[in-house]
Design a binder for this molecule. Sequence first.
Ligand code: AKB
Length: 315
Amino acid sequence: MKKRILIIGASGQIGTELTARLREIYGNHKVIASDIVEDSSGMLQDGPFEILDAMDYDAVQDIIIRYEITDVYLMAAMLSATAEKFPMKAWNLNMNSLFNVLNLARDHKIDKVFWPSSIAVFGGTTPDENTPQRTIMEPSTVYGISKLTGERWCEYYFKKFNVDVRSVRYPGLISYKTSPGGGTTDYAVDIYHKALKHKKYVSFLGPESTLPMMYIDDAIRATIAIMEAPKGAIKIRSSYNLAAISFNPEEITNSIRTRIPEFEISYEPDFRQEIANSWPNSINDQEARDDWGWDHEYSLDQMTQLMLDNLTGQY
Ligand code: AKB
């Protein structure tokens, strides 16, 4: 099978690890990494890399034709906290990049698209616990509005033009290899670094802000699994709820303390608290489990072990 993959936004938190994993599966030269900035991690050096502005339709098309791309993973986006500071920039990036890729798929330049949505599509009026796939969705952030709008467009392009677009609503993602950029769930990565470096952390979310989260390996596995699933198995063409673990700053602190008993946390909530308050505590992802066999692997404590074991060398 002639499969060639383009990752747009490959230098970001998910893109970097996704590129590495897809290259392991398909071979380095079948997976083209691209981003608006150079790779600073050194993790994208094993295969082709292109500087690419996801909002530049001609440039995206050019790379798709040049490399005979079949599948696109569009990982470029402005996340929740940064998007509140630059609303129009976030809207333009998050929407225009999606339209570029959907239109290229509609015009048969590519076969398949992965586009990430987020738990940010939910809002303050959504049921907080075990949030169902279909429920009240009144997002109050620029990022959430852009993701919910994107979901409606994905489903529209599938129904109208038979575009094979697949999507999951990522929770907060935690990785030791790459850092998140500008999200509300970023504290859950930073806390491990600070625990090792300073033995204390000042949290921008309060102790009881429970949010849905996931270890990055689970997220990468889910992303590739939904893309590999037979077309008929994908029954939701907006975006699937996806869940693994849920915890708050107090619970992650307790998990870290099993390894670093002297670790201390204090709380100075900022504007991100309001964003966190509007998101669910936990997510029901039964449909992803039923339709394409999703199952998460990592618990909070397993993730803590991995994070601390792998970050220790840095400090
Ligand atoms: C964010 O916090 O903005 C992201 C997300 C949950 O989509 N991590």
